[in-house]
Design a protein around this ligand. Structure first.
Ligand code: SF4
Length: 376
């Protein structure tokens, strides 16, 4: 039995013992199991470390909607692009958002054509931009999950305290647990278990995921990002599935990332999110509109809401022809099942967001292959 408390998160010997344990437990299962990871950092680590290729035939890993850039709907990207087209507006955004294609163009293309689009590394950079350039309206494009929302909330509070009237946020933030409900309810996905996101869980803790085990009989494990973390998570999930199939145990949500996540999460960060944002419906690429998974600015902070401050004309969104990102983010297709993969769509010329983002499934698959030695 591997030592789960070891600090050897890259130790090949521990990894080998975990792989052997996974094979032994998986041999007790009568069916193929589908384990979804819902964090782009896990997707990248699984690909980079070739973990798929180490697993038995009957254990399949699916990538889910864990990359915040990838799940941002075309309608939101089009809206951000329209904001960049307003006279006097500077759009400030993370670098990954720049190349994501909207319905007909991207922020990068609009920047090349003269729009004022700037890359920032945090919302505070955007706030400082607003302080330095009071003649410009600075709009920060807020994408990401519970992990980034607290920093954005703190920035909005700081802008309010400073009474800045040239700073606002276009919130396309999303929250994870109810998106997992949509995935667990989707009969096309046939989900067996979940590798839950380490970073998001640092904020929200365990309780918001417990419905997965209670209502859907789906086990989950919160784990870290090193190869041994992920293998340990898979081992624990297979063990739970085997025991549940035998009738000797019940599935549950476990933490295998004690060095990063506490059961209660970070109540201070959650309180910050709840003070500034209210839950709203959000459109996810691939999953459609999921009630209550968006974050909109509450009334006391409405002056900092770019959706209210500006009303650019935005054409109805269109999907990018031939791009299968939607099905890939649902976990029902692999990147190499898209006919554009590695041909018309490569990291230097991405057609869809899953190839743009450094955490996207297509980018991971292109760079590292499927774990069997194959890469595009
Ligand atoms: Fe979209 Fe490109 Fe991925 Fe195909 S390979 S699904 S076009 S991002």
């Amino acid at each position: 039995m591997p030592d789960f408390n070891s600090s050897g998160w890259r130790d090949p010997d521990i990894a080998r013992r975990l792989v052997a344990g996974i094979h032994a437990r998986a041999a007790q299962l009568s069916e193929c199991v589908h384990i979804m990871e819902v964090c782009g950092t896990h997707t990248m680590s699984i690909a980079k470390n070739g973990l798929r290729g180490l697993l038995p035939e009957n254990v399949r890993l699916l990538s889910g909607p864990g990359c915040p850039v990838c799940v941002t709907a075309n309608a939101d990207i089009d809206h951000a692009i329209a904001l960049a087209g307003i006279d006097g507006v500077t759009v400030a955004t993370f670098g990954d958002m720049l190349k994501v294609p909207g319905s007909s163009t991207s922020l990068a293309a609009e920047k090349a054509a003269g729009a004022d689009v700037r890359v920032v590394y945090s919302p505070l950079d955007a706030l400082e931009l607003a302080e330095r350039e009071p003649e410009r309206q600075i709009v920060f494009i807020g994408v990401g999950f519970e992990t980034t929302a607290p920093t954005v909330a703190a920035t909005i509070k700081r802008a309010a305290a400073a009474q800045l009237d040239n700073f606002s946020v276009f919130s396309a933030h999303k929250t994870v647990p109810q998106a997992l409900r949509a995935i667990a309810s989707d009969p096309d996905i046939a989900l067996s278990a979940l590798i839950l996101p380490g970073h998001v869980s640092t904020i929200i803790g365990v309780a918001p995921y417990e419905f997965l085990a209670d209502e859907f009989d789906i086990p989950g494990v919160i784990t870290g990002f090193e190869p041994v973390d992920i293998l340990q998570g898979i081992y624990l999930l297979i063990q739970q599935l085997a025991e549940s199939a035998r009738g000797t145990g019940q599935v549950s949500i476990d933490i295998a990332y004690g060095r990063g996540v506490r059961g209660e999460g970070n109540p201070h960060a959650v309180a910050l999110i709840e003070e500034v944002f209210a839950a709203d419906d959000a459109e996810w690429r691939g999953l459609g509109v999921i009630p209550g998974t968006g974050l909109t600015l509450r009334e006391p902070f409405a002056a900092f809401d770019a959706r209210r401050r500006f009303s650019p004309e935005v054409e109805p969104a269109r999907t990018v022809k031939g791009c299968e990102c939607g099905d890939i983010l649902r976990g029902i297709k692999r990147p190499d099942e898209c006919r554009l993969f590695g041909r018309a769509c490569v990291p230097e010329r991405p057609v869809g967001p899953c190839m743009v983002s450094s955490e996207g499934s297509c980018a991971a698959w292109y760079r590292y292959g499927d774990g069997s030695g194959y890469a595009a």
